[in-house]
Design a protein. Structure first.
Length: 193
């Protein structure tokens, strides 16, 4: 009886995947806004939005204005918190590969996406016009419960950036509360932060 109680007490400290018996894995899709459906912007410096196809047909929504981009995912992507999240400095994510983190509840079960990892080109110091763009991995949680950014990994400052981003997605994305929890850089921080 004591062993059972001890096991039950330890359960909340395990990662969500271990608690549910789910395993995590990745799937990859590519996109290029030149090949996606475009909707023109309505205001000056608003270059509009693009709708691309992602994993299992999940819509990938991208928008650009004032040399800053936005990315969101899902059927209501443009209405999700991620649709208004960008970086202070100029940035772009016009093409690339999306890593979809998936949870599979049992060996032959359907894999459900719970987060994405996407490499952005970002000017990390907005005040320095001469600074080149840096690669930053952005981890975004997927719904239900909102689509929003969970955190960031500087790909230049961390040789193991992809592994760090997967760990961040696996450990925080499913429990992350959009509008309550704050995304943060993990790993080595960029020099300008």
């Amino acid at each position: 009886m004591r062993r059972i109680l001890t096991a039950l007490l330890l359960l909340p400290t395990l990662p969500a995947a271990a608690q549910s018996g789910a395993s995590t894995e990745s799937a990859y899709t590519t996109f290029n806004i030149d090949k996606c459906r475009h909707a023109r912007g309505q205001a000056p410096e608003d270059n509009g939005s693009w709708l691309c196809s992602g994993y299992a047909g999940i819509p990938v929504w991208l928008a650009e204005g004032d040399e800053r981009m936005y990315a969101s995912f899902g059927r209501k992507a443009a209405d999700e918190p991620a649709a208004s999240e960008t970086f202070p400095g100029f940035n772009d994510v016009t093409k690339g590969t999306i890593e979809w983190r998936l949870a599979r509840s049992r060996p032959n079960g359907t894999a459900q996406p719970f987060a994405t990892i996407l490499r952005w080109n970002v000017r990390l110091n907005p005040a320095d016009d001469a600074q080149p763009h840096s690669p930053v991995l952005v981890v975004t949680r997927l719904g239900p419960g909102g689509v929003c950014r969970v955190g960031y990994v500087d790909a230049r400052a961390n040789p193991d950036a992809n592994a760090l981003a997967r760990k961040l997605a696996d450990e925080r994305a499913r429990s992350f509360k959009c509008g309550v929890d704050k995304p943060d850089f993990v790993g080595n921080r960029p020099p300008s932060n």
